[in-house]
Ligand binder design. Structure first.
Ligand SMILES: Cc1ncc(COP(=O)(O)O)c(C=O)c1O
Length: 374
């Protein structure tokens, strides 16, 4: 990463935090006020792509066991987690940065580009967190349309690289469209990007995708020093409320991010790290979550097929559904009935439905049916 002046850093950090207070936290508070649980009180949360089955029993046990050690900083546990991740990926500990959710990695990268007044190139629609952080810090955002079937158009992204491009954001599988790009095509795309342009591949949903972790770009981080991978325990591992994620990258990038990390690599806590250590290799639990997700997804597919409503085949725990055959205010109407789904302003013709438990998906289908038109 290029260097920054201290004054500019301060100016931009203040801007970034006030913008977040205005936009991000109000949304958080609005939802929290409703009710906090997906099943209690009848609230069905299909809006934030949470895993309704997690955390794994092993993670819960680990949290219970470790909580007594919360008087200590999590440095030793973080080192242990890096060791585990490094040996699983055939990499070194220095290739990993452990964060309080992958949001921290996205924000660090967004701020980095912003502080250089550079450009973030992104297929769109896609996950906006990095773009927002980048923009509030001075980055310009260049959006590239998806293909007609809502996939990332790698060729168009490559063609859009300019002198100003500092970073390319590739969310694979993509949120909100739930589609994934072919692994070989992504590898060859990354190899074609000039080495001075950073590429962030956000793999938040990779465990749910067709090839699972085999489709990850992680094996290429030593070969491609401009590659930063984001991963999270919030989705397939069911630990969104514990706040833990990580970056995988060339050691130079990890060091550069660690220097700017607001928590000096200690923003996460002993409980999330212990839970991550305990659940990382709980393959049985992970596979159960993935297959239950497929069951829930099928319930939505069947309903949409029955009503003749289009959707993108999903590689994730959410579905991108065409909205033209639903009443315009379907999102707010469902909200009044304690069912939360998502429509970002930029998702003009679609709604996004997270996959809950099969019973929740049946209730969802039942409630949304009254708003189907035509
Ligand atoms: C694509 C993507 N990346 C990153 C995140 C952030 O997740 P977390 O900060 O919980 O790791 C999300 C959350 O929904 C996401 O959809």
């Amino acid at each position: 990463m290029k260097d920054l002046t201290r004054r500019k850093w301060l100016q931009n950090s203040l801007l970034a935090s006030s913008a977040f207070l205005i936009s991000g936290s109000q949304t958080l508070l609005a939802d929290t006020k409703l009710k906090s649980d997906s099943t209690n009180n009848g609230l069905i949360r299909l809006n934030w792509n949470e895993n309704p089955y997690g955390p794994s029993p092993r993670a819960i046990q680990a949290v219970n066991d470790v909580i007594v050690n919360s008087n200590r900083y999590p440095d030793a546990l973080i080192a242990e987690l890096k060791e585990l991740l490094a040996s699983d990926h055939g990499l070194q500990k220095i290739n990993f940065l452990i964060t309080a959710g992958s949001t921290e990695v996205l924000s660090l990268l967004g701020q980095h580009v912003g502080l250089m007044n550079g450009e973030i190139l992104t297929p769109y629609p896609s996950f906006p967190t990095m773009l927002r952080f980048g923009e509030t810090c001075g980055a310009s955002i260049r959006k590239v349309d998806l293909t007609v079937d809502h996939k990332i158009d790698l060729k168009a992204v490559l063609d859009a690289i300019s002198e100003k491009t500092e970073l390319i954001f590739i969310c694979n599988p993509n949120n909100p469209t739930s589609t994934e790009v072919d692994h070989e095509e992504l590898v060859s795309f990354c190899k074609s990007v000039p080495s001075e342009v950073l590429i962030c591949v956000d793999e938040a949903y990779i465990e749910y995708s067709k090839n699972g972790l085999k489709g990850s770009m992680a094996p290429y981080v030593d070969e491609m020093s401009n590659l930063v991978i984001c991963r999270t325990f919030s989705k397939a591992y069911g630990m969104a409320g514990l706040r833990i994620g990580y970056a995988i990258s060339h050691s130079d990038n990890i060091v550069a991010m660690a220097i700017r990390h607001p928590g000096w690599e200690l923003s996460t806590g002993v409980a999330p790290v212990a839970a991550a250590l305990a659940s990382y290799n709980d393959v049985g639990f992970l596979n159960k979550c993935i297959s239950k997700n497929e069951e829930g997804r099928q319930i939505v597919y069947d309903a949409m097929d029955r009503w003749g409503i289009g959707y993108s085949p999903s590689s994730t725990n959410f579905i991108y559904v065409e909205s033209s055959r639903f009443q315009k205010d379907v999102v707010s109407k469902l909200r009044k009935e304690n069912v939360l789904i998502t429509k970002w302003p930029d998702m003009k013709d679609h709604i996004r439905i997270s996959i809950g438990k099969p019973d929740e998906m049946r209730i969802f289908v039942n409630r949304i049916e009254q708003y189907v038109i035509g």
